[in-house]
Structure formats: C-alpha cells, structure tokens
Design a protein around this ligand. Sequence first.
Ligand SMILES: [Zn+2]
Length: 143
Amino acid sequence: MSNCCSSSSCETTHPKKHRCPANGSEYSEVSARTIAHHIRDALRWRPTANRYFFCDDPACDVVYFGDDGSTILKSQLRTRVGVKELSNDELLCYCFGITRGDFIANPANRDFVMAQTKARLCSCDTSNPSGRCCLKDFAKPEM
Ligand SMILES: [Zn+2]
C-alpha cells in the first residue's frame, strides 16, 4: 500500500479510461480545456462532469462524454474531428494543417510533425480535439 504511488501503474483509484455511453468502448481522458477550444458556443458551455473522455470511433456521433453520463456530439463542435471522418480532406495534424490526403501523398509529413513535436512546437493538447499528440493518428494503417 505504502509503495502504491511510487509505481507508474498506480491508476486503480483514478482510472484513465471510461466507456462511451453510445458505443460502449473505453476511451482516454481529455481536459475540459481542450473541449472548450472546440465546442460551439464555448461561452455558454458549463461542464457538468468531473472528467471528460474522447471517443474516436468514426461510427459514433459522440465526441466527448463525461463521467456523469453527459455527451457532446459532433454537431455541437465547431471543429471537424478528423479521426472520426473518413474523407482525405480531414485534418490529422491540427497544429500544422496536415490532412489525411497530405499524409497519404507524402508519408514524410509524419517526420516533419515528429520533429516539430520533439522541438515542442506543437500544441496538440488544445489544437487537436483529441487533446493528444496527433502522431498516433498518422500511424493508423487502415486508410
Ligand atoms: Zn462513442
């Protein structure tokens, strides 16, 4: 017990993942700050949950959901969520404006993004609606 938080696996009392109420899969946490950067009418948004999560399933209309069961749908955002759309015009990298089509045409775009990330010139935590680094979206093979 006393050693609990000396290990990085100490997440049992504060699970990082939560199930999307629409599709039932588990997704990672996203900050309310990220949501505020993408929700339509952010001025009037009042977060009701303690924690929020991001659903990246293209077949699911829910983008964000709270631990209180609240949901925020695609239609409530002013940002189009690239990983939830299948078109090549959708953004993968929100920091530097690289679309899925750009990446397919020139896979080296990923190296550019990786270099920028290493140099800490990216702002995925707020620019990307997932709140996470976009590099994982570049790696997806099924496109
Ligand atoms: Zn979902």
